[in-house]
Design a protein around this ligand. Structure first.
Ligand SMILES: Nc1nc2c(ncn2[C@@H]2O[C@H](COP(=O)(O)OP(=O)(O)OP(=O)(O)O)[C@@H](O)[C@H]2O)c(=O)[nH]1
Ligand SMILES: [Mg+2]
Length: 329
Protein backbone atom coordinates (compact mmCIF):
# COMPACT_ATOMS: atom_id res chain seq x y z
CA UNK A 1 0.00 0.00 0.00
CA UNK A 2 1.49 3.42 -0.93
CA UNK A 3 2.28 5.79 1.92
CA UNK A 4 0.80 8.93 0.23
CA UNK A 5 2.86 11.35 2.27
CA UNK A 6 1.48 14.87 2.66
CA UNK A 7 3.29 18.22 2.11
CA UNK A 8 3.22 18.72 5.92
CA UNK A 9 5.05 15.43 6.39
CA UNK A 10 7.62 16.25 3.72
CA UNK A 11 8.18 19.65 5.36
CA UNK A 12 8.84 17.96 8.71
CA UNK A 13 11.15 15.45 7.03
CA UNK A 14 13.17 18.32 5.50
CA UNK A 15 13.44 19.84 8.98
CA UNK A 16 14.72 16.51 10.35
CA UNK A 17 17.31 16.20 7.60
CA UNK A 18 18.65 19.71 8.22
CA UNK A 19 18.67 19.38 12.03
CA UNK A 20 22.13 19.39 13.57
CA UNK A 21 21.37 19.13 17.29
CA UNK A 22 19.74 16.20 19.09
CA UNK A 23 17.04 18.46 20.55
CA UNK A 24 16.15 19.72 17.09
CA UNK A 25 16.11 16.19 15.62
CA UNK A 26 13.76 15.06 18.39
CA UNK A 27 11.37 17.95 17.69
CA UNK A 28 11.42 17.21 13.97
CA UNK A 29 10.78 13.47 14.48
CA UNK A 30 7.88 14.25 16.83
CA UNK A 31 6.42 16.54 14.18
CA UNK A 32 6.86 13.84 11.50
CA UNK A 33 4.96 11.40 13.72
CA UNK A 34 2.22 13.94 14.44
CA UNK A 35 1.50 14.71 10.77
CA UNK A 36 2.13 11.21 9.35
CA UNK A 37 -1.08 10.01 7.63
CA UNK A 38 -2.51 7.13 9.66
CA UNK A 39 -3.22 4.00 7.57
CA UNK A 40 -1.73 0.57 6.85
CA UNK A 41 0.69 1.95 4.24
CA UNK A 42 2.46 4.13 6.81
CA UNK A 43 2.75 1.58 9.66
CA UNK A 44 6.37 0.72 8.80
CA UNK A 45 7.30 4.44 8.63
CA UNK A 46 5.70 5.01 12.02
CA UNK A 47 7.65 2.12 13.55
CA UNK A 48 10.89 3.37 12.03
CA UNK A 49 10.33 6.94 13.29
CA UNK A 50 9.52 5.70 16.80
CA UNK A 51 12.71 3.64 16.84
CA UNK A 52 14.83 6.64 15.77
CA UNK A 53 13.09 8.83 18.35
CA UNK A 54 13.71 6.32 21.15
CA UNK A 55 17.42 6.09 20.27
CA UNK A 56 17.81 9.86 20.14
CA UNK A 57 16.07 10.33 23.48
CA UNK A 58 18.46 7.80 25.06
CA UNK A 59 21.59 9.52 23.70
CA UNK A 60 20.16 12.90 24.71
CA UNK A 61 19.61 11.72 28.29
CA UNK A 62 23.16 10.30 28.42
CA UNK A 63 24.68 13.54 27.06
CA UNK A 64 22.75 15.73 29.46
CA UNK A 65 23.79 13.56 32.36
CA UNK A 66 27.53 13.95 31.87
CA UNK A 67 30.04 16.75 31.48
CA UNK A 68 29.61 20.41 30.65
CA UNK A 69 28.64 21.34 27.15
CA UNK A 70 28.83 25.03 26.25
CA UNK A 71 26.33 26.05 23.61
CA UNK A 72 27.32 29.44 22.16
CA UNK A 73 23.88 29.71 20.59
CA UNK A 74 22.17 29.64 23.96
CA UNK A 75 21.61 33.32 24.78
CA UNK A 76 20.23 33.76 28.31
CA UNK A 77 17.26 36.08 28.41
CA UNK A 78 17.41 39.44 30.05
CA UNK A 79 15.21 42.53 29.88
CA UNK A 80 11.48 42.42 29.14
CA UNK A 81 11.73 40.27 26.03
CA UNK A 82 14.20 38.85 23.53
CA UNK A 83 14.24 39.68 19.82
CA UNK A 84 16.62 37.77 17.54
CA UNK A 85 17.68 38.97 14.09
CA UNK A 86 17.62 36.69 11.04
CA UNK A 87 19.04 37.55 7.65
CA UNK A 88 21.41 36.86 4.80
CA UNK A 89 25.07 38.00 4.77
CA UNK A 90 25.73 41.76 4.81
CA UNK A 91 22.03 42.68 5.01
CA UNK A 92 22.63 45.06 7.95
CA UNK A 93 21.86 43.05 11.11
CA UNK A 94 24.89 44.16 13.15
CA UNK A 95 24.32 47.79 12.13
CA UNK A 96 20.82 47.64 13.68
CA UNK A 97 22.20 46.26 16.96
CA UNK A 98 24.96 48.92 16.90
CA UNK A 99 22.39 51.69 16.33
CA UNK A 100 20.00 50.59 19.10
CA UNK A 101 22.26 49.20 21.84
CA UNK A 102 25.69 49.65 23.42
CA UNK A 103 26.80 46.15 22.43
CA UNK A 104 30.16 45.87 20.71
CA UNK A 105 29.25 44.30 17.37
CA UNK A 106 31.22 43.88 14.21
CA UNK A 107 29.85 46.00 11.34
CA UNK A 108 31.74 45.33 8.13
CA UNK A 109 31.44 45.65 4.39
CA UNK A 110 32.02 41.94 3.82
CA UNK A 111 29.80 38.89 4.42
CA UNK A 112 29.99 36.61 7.49
CA UNK A 113 31.48 39.38 9.66
CA UNK A 114 29.39 38.10 12.60
CA UNK A 115 30.29 34.59 13.74
CA UNK A 116 28.38 34.20 17.03
CA UNK A 117 25.26 35.67 18.68
CA UNK A 118 25.86 39.09 20.29
CA UNK A 119 23.14 40.40 22.60
CA UNK A 120 22.58 44.09 23.36
CA UNK A 121 19.96 46.02 25.31
CA UNK A 122 17.62 48.32 23.37
CA UNK A 123 15.20 50.65 25.13
CA UNK A 124 11.66 51.68 24.35
CA UNK A 125 10.84 54.57 26.71
CA UNK A 126 11.68 52.99 30.11
CA UNK A 127 11.50 49.35 28.96
CA UNK A 128 14.63 47.30 28.27
CA UNK A 129 14.39 44.86 25.39
CA UNK A 130 17.12 42.42 24.45
CA UNK A 131 18.18 42.47 20.80
CA UNK A 132 20.43 39.66 19.56
CA UNK A 133 22.75 40.02 16.56
CA UNK A 134 23.28 36.73 14.71
CA UNK A 135 25.55 35.18 12.09
CA UNK A 136 23.95 35.19 8.64
CA UNK A 137 22.19 32.30 6.93
CA UNK A 138 22.38 31.37 3.24
CA UNK A 139 20.26 29.07 1.05
CA UNK A 140 22.26 26.05 2.12
CA UNK A 141 24.07 27.06 5.28
CA UNK A 142 23.30 28.02 8.83
CA UNK A 143 25.73 27.43 11.69
CA UNK A 144 25.16 24.17 13.59
CA UNK A 145 22.99 25.00 16.60
CA UNK A 146 21.93 28.42 15.25
CA UNK A 147 18.29 27.36 15.10
CA UNK A 148 18.38 27.00 18.92
CA UNK A 149 18.64 30.78 19.41
CA UNK A 150 15.52 31.30 17.30
CA UNK A 151 13.73 28.44 19.07
CA UNK A 152 14.18 30.15 22.46
CA UNK A 153 13.45 33.79 21.66
CA UNK A 154 10.19 35.76 21.89
CA UNK A 155 10.23 37.32 18.43
CA UNK A 156 12.19 36.72 15.24
CA UNK A 157 13.02 39.89 13.28
CA UNK A 158 13.73 39.11 9.62
CA UNK A 159 16.15 41.72 8.27
CA UNK A 160 15.87 42.54 4.57
CA UNK A 161 18.34 44.84 2.77
CA UNK A 162 16.14 47.01 0.54
CA UNK A 163 19.12 47.85 -1.68
CA UNK A 164 19.67 44.16 -2.49
CA UNK A 165 17.69 41.31 -4.06
CA UNK A 166 14.60 41.23 -1.81
CA UNK A 167 13.14 38.14 -3.54
CA UNK A 168 16.26 36.12 -2.89
CA UNK A 169 16.62 37.28 0.75
CA UNK A 170 12.99 36.70 1.77
CA UNK A 171 13.02 33.30 0.03
CA UNK A 172 16.04 32.16 2.04
CA UNK A 173 14.62 33.44 5.34
CA UNK A 174 11.14 31.95 4.79
CA UNK A 175 12.60 28.61 3.81
CA UNK A 176 14.74 28.56 6.97
CA UNK A 177 11.74 29.39 9.18
CA UNK A 178 9.11 27.26 7.47
CA UNK A 179 11.23 24.16 7.17
CA UNK A 180 11.81 24.18 10.96
CA UNK A 181 8.24 25.04 12.00
CA UNK A 182 9.51 28.35 13.38
CA UNK A 183 6.58 30.45 12.18
CA UNK A 184 3.17 30.70 13.76
CA UNK A 185 1.11 28.72 11.30
CA UNK A 186 -2.57 28.15 11.97
CA UNK A 187 -2.81 25.50 9.22
CA UNK A 188 -0.13 23.12 10.49
CA UNK A 189 0.65 24.01 14.09
CA UNK A 190 3.68 22.13 15.42
CA UNK A 191 4.16 21.48 19.14
CA UNK A 192 6.89 20.11 21.38
CA UNK A 193 6.31 17.12 23.67
CA UNK A 194 4.89 19.43 26.40
CA UNK A 195 2.32 20.81 23.96
CA UNK A 196 4.03 24.22 23.59
CA UNK A 197 3.72 25.74 20.16
CA UNK A 198 6.99 25.75 18.22
CA UNK A 199 5.90 28.73 16.13
CA UNK A 200 7.26 32.20 16.91
CA UNK A 201 6.01 35.67 16.17
CA UNK A 202 8.02 37.21 13.37
CA UNK A 203 8.13 40.50 11.48
CA UNK A 204 10.30 42.22 8.87
CA UNK A 205 12.82 44.99 9.41
CA UNK A 206 13.39 46.50 5.95
CA UNK A 207 16.72 48.26 6.23
CA UNK A 208 19.04 50.50 4.19
CA UNK A 209 16.04 52.67 3.20
CA UNK A 210 18.56 55.45 2.38
CA UNK A 211 19.89 53.44 -0.58
CA UNK A 212 16.79 51.32 -1.35
CA UNK A 213 16.01 50.39 -4.94
CA UNK A 214 12.82 52.02 -6.32
CA UNK A 215 9.67 50.12 -5.21
CA UNK A 216 11.74 47.59 -3.20
CA UNK A 217 9.45 47.64 -0.14
CA UNK A 218 6.27 47.32 -2.26
CA UNK A 219 7.65 44.34 -4.17
CA UNK A 220 8.67 42.70 -0.88
CA UNK A 221 5.16 43.12 0.52
CA UNK A 222 3.69 41.61 -2.64
CA UNK A 223 5.99 38.59 -2.40
CA UNK A 224 5.15 37.67 1.19
CA UNK A 225 2.00 35.71 1.92
CA UNK A 226 2.55 35.60 5.68
CA UNK A 227 0.85 38.48 7.55
CA UNK A 228 4.10 40.12 8.68
CA UNK A 229 4.44 43.69 9.81
CA UNK A 230 7.06 45.66 7.89
CA UNK A 231 9.10 48.47 9.45
CA UNK A 232 11.28 50.52 7.11
CA UNK A 233 14.50 51.85 8.62
CA UNK A 234 17.99 53.09 7.91
CA UNK A 235 20.71 52.32 10.42
CA UNK A 236 22.79 54.92 8.58
CA UNK A 237 20.42 57.92 8.89
CA UNK A 238 18.40 56.71 11.90
CA UNK A 239 15.11 56.85 9.95
CA UNK A 240 12.45 54.54 11.44
CA UNK A 241 14.49 53.47 14.50
CA UNK A 242 12.03 54.98 16.99
CA UNK A 243 9.13 53.25 15.27
CA UNK A 244 11.16 50.03 15.37
CA UNK A 245 11.60 50.00 19.16
CA UNK A 246 7.87 50.82 19.49
CA UNK A 247 7.14 47.78 17.30
CA UNK A 248 9.33 45.58 19.53
CA UNK A 249 7.31 46.66 22.56
CA UNK A 250 3.91 46.25 20.87
CA UNK A 251 4.70 42.81 19.43
CA UNK A 252 6.05 41.55 22.77
CA UNK A 253 2.51 42.18 24.07
CA UNK A 254 3.65 43.26 27.51
CA UNK A 255 2.61 45.96 29.95
CA UNK A 256 4.79 47.86 32.41
CA UNK A 257 3.63 48.44 35.95
CA UNK A 258 5.22 50.63 38.64
CA UNK A 259 5.23 49.28 42.18
CA UNK A 260 4.66 51.79 44.98
CA UNK A 261 5.72 50.96 48.55
CA UNK A 262 2.97 52.00 51.04
CA UNK A 263 3.42 55.62 52.12
CA UNK A 264 6.21 56.29 49.61
CA UNK A 265 6.29 57.52 46.00
CA UNK A 266 6.45 54.95 43.22
CA UNK A 267 9.79 54.19 41.57
CA UNK A 268 8.99 55.45 38.07
CA UNK A 269 12.39 54.53 36.65
CA UNK A 270 12.26 50.76 36.85
CA UNK A 271 8.91 49.20 35.91
CA UNK A 272 7.97 45.53 36.21
CA UNK A 273 7.01 44.06 32.87
CA UNK A 274 4.26 41.47 32.65
CA UNK A 275 2.35 39.78 29.83
CA UNK A 276 -0.68 41.82 28.72
CA UNK A 277 -3.77 40.60 30.60
CA UNK A 278 -1.88 40.11 33.91
CA UNK A 279 -3.71 40.77 37.16
CA UNK A 280 -2.85 42.37 40.52
CA UNK A 281 -2.11 38.86 41.84
CA UNK A 282 0.30 38.16 38.96
CA UNK A 283 2.18 41.31 39.92
CA UNK A 284 2.24 40.25 43.59
CA UNK A 285 3.89 36.95 42.53
CA UNK A 286 6.56 38.80 40.56
CA UNK A 287 7.23 41.35 43.33
CA UNK A 288 7.38 38.83 46.17
CA UNK A 289 6.81 35.18 45.40
CA UNK A 290 6.72 34.04 49.04
CA UNK A 291 4.42 36.81 50.26
CA UNK A 292 2.05 36.85 47.27
CA UNK A 293 -0.57 34.63 48.89
CA UNK A 294 -0.63 37.02 51.87
CA UNK A 295 -1.75 39.93 49.71
CA UNK A 296 -4.44 41.72 51.74
CA UNK A 297 -5.35 44.50 49.37
CA UNK A 298 -3.94 46.73 46.66
CA UNK A 299 -4.44 50.35 45.63
CA UNK A 300 -4.19 51.48 42.04
CA UNK A 301 -3.48 54.66 40.07
CA UNK A 302 -3.99 54.50 36.32
CA UNK A 303 -6.35 54.61 33.37
CA UNK A 304 -10.10 54.15 34.10
CA UNK A 305 -9.77 54.07 37.92
CA UNK A 306 -10.00 56.67 40.69
CA UNK A 307 -6.59 57.63 42.02
CA UNK A 308 -5.61 55.30 44.85
CA UNK A 309 -8.82 53.23 44.79
CA UNK A 310 -8.78 49.78 46.37
CA UNK A 311 -8.73 46.99 43.82
CA UNK A 312 -9.38 43.24 43.61
CA UNK A 313 -6.72 40.53 43.26
CA UNK A 314 -8.11 39.58 39.85
CA UNK A 315 -8.20 43.15 38.52
CA UNK A 316 -6.58 43.19 35.06
CA UNK A 317 -3.73 45.71 34.90
CA UNK A 318 -3.10 48.30 32.17
CA UNK A 319 0.20 49.55 30.80
CA UNK A 320 1.68 52.24 33.11
CA UNK A 321 -0.55 51.46 36.12
CA UNK A 322 0.92 52.27 39.55
CA UNK A 323 0.14 49.69 42.22
CA UNK A 324 0.57 49.74 45.99
CA UNK A 325 0.59 46.21 47.38
CA UNK A 326 -0.34 45.59 51.04
CA UNK A 327 0.79 42.21 52.37
CA UNK A 328 -0.41 40.70 55.68
CA UNK A 329 1.91 39.10 58.22
N1 LIG B 1 23.65 52.87 3.37
C1 LIG B 1 23.46 52.02 4.39
N2 LIG B 1 24.40 51.06 4.64
C2 LIG B 1 24.17 50.20 5.66
C3 LIG B 1 23.00 50.27 6.45
N3 LIG B 1 23.03 49.27 7.37
C4 LIG B 1 24.21 48.63 7.15
N4 LIG B 1 24.89 49.18 6.13
C5 LIG B 1 26.21 48.74 5.60
O1 LIG B 1 26.08 47.40 5.14
C6 LIG B 1 27.27 46.65 5.40
C7 LIG B 1 26.95 45.38 6.19
O2 LIG B 1 26.42 45.76 7.45
P1 LIG B 1 26.41 44.76 8.71
O3 LIG B 1 25.56 45.40 9.72
O4 LIG B 1 27.80 44.38 9.08
O5 LIG B 1 25.66 43.50 8.04
P2 LIG B 1 25.36 42.07 8.70
O6 LIG B 1 24.00 41.65 8.27
O7 LIG B 1 25.60 42.11 10.17
O8 LIG B 1 26.46 41.16 8.01
P3 LIG B 1 26.97 39.67 8.47
O9 LIG B 1 27.45 39.77 9.88
O10 LIG B 1 28.05 39.35 7.52
O11 LIG B 1 25.80 38.78 8.31
C8 LIG B 1 28.21 47.62 6.16
O12 LIG B 1 29.13 48.18 5.23
C9 LIG B 1 27.27 48.69 6.69
O13 LIG B 1 27.92 49.94 6.86
C10 LIG B 1 22.01 51.29 6.16
O14 LIG B 1 20.95 51.43 6.79
N5 LIG B 1 22.31 52.11 5.10
MG1 LIG C 1 26.88 41.02 11.35
Amino acid sequence: MPANLTPQYLKAEKWYKSATSTDEKILALQQMLAVLPKHKGTDHIKADLRKKLGKLKDTDAQKKGCGTHVDIFHVPRSGSGQIVLLGTPNCGKSSIVAALTNAKVNVADFPFATAAPAPGMATFEDVKIELVDMPPITADYSAPGQVGTYRNCDIIAIVIDLSGDVLDQIGICMDFLESRSLLIDSKTPAHDSQGNSLGKKAFCICTKSDIAGPGALDSLKELVEHPFEFVEISAETGEGLEELTGTFFRLLDIIRVYAKPPGKPADMTDPFSLPAGSTVMDLAHVVHRQLAEKLKFARIWGAGVHDGQNTQRNHVLNDKDIIELHFGK
